[in-house]
Ligand binder design. Structure first.
Ligand code: NAD
Ligand code: 13P
Length: 349
């Protein structure tokens, strides 16, 4: 009899794609229960509950239209019900909603449960900057791994080959997480650097906003490459600063690092809406509502969170690109100001 059971908290574009993968994989893993519960933030779609649609049509018609979910993936609207009996909890919601969700399930998880965060975002508290695995660990008191990579969800749902990175400090647990996610088209590489993986995933969204500004101004590939290069170096500099250099440099060369910066700067939602921001002059939050049909942006929020941290530490001079992107998003600075003061020396980082 299976001793393990997976629950997925979150059913957006990426959560639904992850459910497709995990729903298939558990059927090949004798240690895992066949049923995978997925928590859905309930809403009405064409007069029907989204949970009912998922459980009858086996498709998340709003967030991942056109792709069937395996029938063993069961949608539930109650997060407490979703985590019941789960030994492996996959957390995949937009980062701005994390604390509410964790407070809801707190006290209802199994004593031997562990979690993995697929979220790309950071938290700010009076102790400084926190990662999602730290927030989950602090609230639910369980081991937490991270998964991040060059992973535009729609492309993975179409089963186009890509790689991802799992950060897990326990090698035995890493093998189990890998078995839940790895497929011939979704290749998992495991590293021990949990927070390094997360910082990469969160901070590249800020660089993607910068890349979108470049596209919005109609500038070229060379210009975007410059933004990617400087953005990548600022990501590494900030992650090292916050972690006290506990992050491994090699993490930046994994899928979660350089590869994700590239894909998001060419194909992501943050890039697309930053381009629209320059073209239309509308605020990001308005564009999100108008263009994303309920999907959420992380990049402009992360730009604000990063800025509050580096400003609080009086180190904005060391992060001119992040600072310029923040000012364009929030302080009406012109898009062209993204180039101000970019001549920073990274050679000693
Ligand atoms: P999404 O942006 O497609 O959808 C938004 C989700 O948030 C929906 O499921 C919606 O029901 C839910 N929601 C709305 N209001 C809520 C509330 N108040 N409380 C809780 N949930 C609420 O979601 P996604 O793409 O699955 O993103 C989740 C995380 O995965 C993000 O951190 C994102 O950066 C990351 N991610 C996304 C992709 C991708 O390509 N979509 C790839 C990798 C990582
Ligand atoms: P966007 O949220 O910008 O679409 O990025 C998705 C992603 O994280 C790809 O790896």
């Amino acid at each position: 009899t299976p001793t393990n059971k997976v629950c997925i908290l979150g059913s957006g574009n990426w959560g639904s794609t992850a459910a497709r993968i995990i729903g298939d994989n558990v059927q090949l893993l004798p240690d895992f229960d066949n049923e995978v519960r997925i928590w859905v933030y309930e809403e009405m779609v064409d007069g029907k509950k989204l949970t009912d649609i998922i459980n009858t049509q086996h498709e998340n018609v709003k967030y991942l239209p056109g792709h069937k979910l395996p029938a063993n993936v069961v949608a539930v609207a109650d997060a407490v019900e979703a985590v019941k009996g789960a030994t492996h909890i996959v957390v995949v919601i937009p980062h701005q909603f994390i604390q509410n969700l964790l407070d809801t399930v707190h006290g209802h998880t199994m004593p031997n449960a562990r979690a993995i965060s697929l979220i790309k975002g950071i938290g700010i508290s009076n102790q400084g900057m926190t990662t999602m695995t730290q927030i989950i660990h602090r609230t639910l008191a369980m081991p937490v791994a991270s998964l991040s990579g060059a992973n535009i969800a729609n492309e993975i749902a179409e089963e186009k080959y890509c790689e991802t990175t799992i950060g897990c400090s326990d090698p035995d647990e890493a093998i189990v997480w890998r078995s839940l996610f790895n497929t011939p088209y979704f290749r998992v590489n495991c590293v021990s650097d949990v927070i390094g993986v997360e910082f990469c995933g969160a901070l590249k969204n800020v660089v993607a906003v910068g890349a979108g500004f470049i596209d919005g101004m109609g500038l070229g590939n060379n210009t975007k490459a410059a933004v990617i290069r400087i953005g990548f170096l600022e990501m590494r500099r900030l992650a090292m600063h916050i972690s006290g250099a506990r992050i491994q440099d090699s993490t930046f060369m994994e899928s979660c690092g350089i590869a994700d910066v590239i894909t998001t700067c060419y194909g992501g939602r943050n890039r697309r809406l930053a381009e629209e921001f320059v073209r239309t002059g509308k605020p990001m939050s308005q564009l999100e509502k108008e263009l994303l049909n309920g999907q959420k942006l992380q990049g402009y929020l992360t730009a604000g969170e990063v800025h509050s941290y580096i400003d609080g530490c009086s180190i904005t001079d060391h992060f001119p690109l992040f600072t310029n992107i923040y000012r364009i998003c929030y302080q009406n600075k012109p898009p062209h100001s993204i180039f101000d003061g970019l001549n920073v020396d990274f050679s000693r980082d």
